[in-house]
Design a protein around this ligand. Sequence first.
Ligand code: SF4
Length: 65
Amino acid sequence: MRIHVDQDKCCGSGMCVLAAPEVFDQRDADGIVELLDPKPPQTMWPDIRDAAAGCPSWAIEVDES
Ligand code: SF4
């Protein structure tokens, strides 16, 4: 799995950080998403999928190929 985040789309809701804090963080200045781990271990994939599905801005792209 490879993850990409689009900081231009992100509205800083923080939902992804709640779902997977090991993978997503927010910038201190404005709350925009920061990707901590673009290739997380398989044990985290369910949380990543939840984060992507719950993002109100569709800013998280998950490539499972
Ligand atoms: S859930 Fe989406 S909009 Fe909210 S902080 Fe994460 S990437 Fe940004």
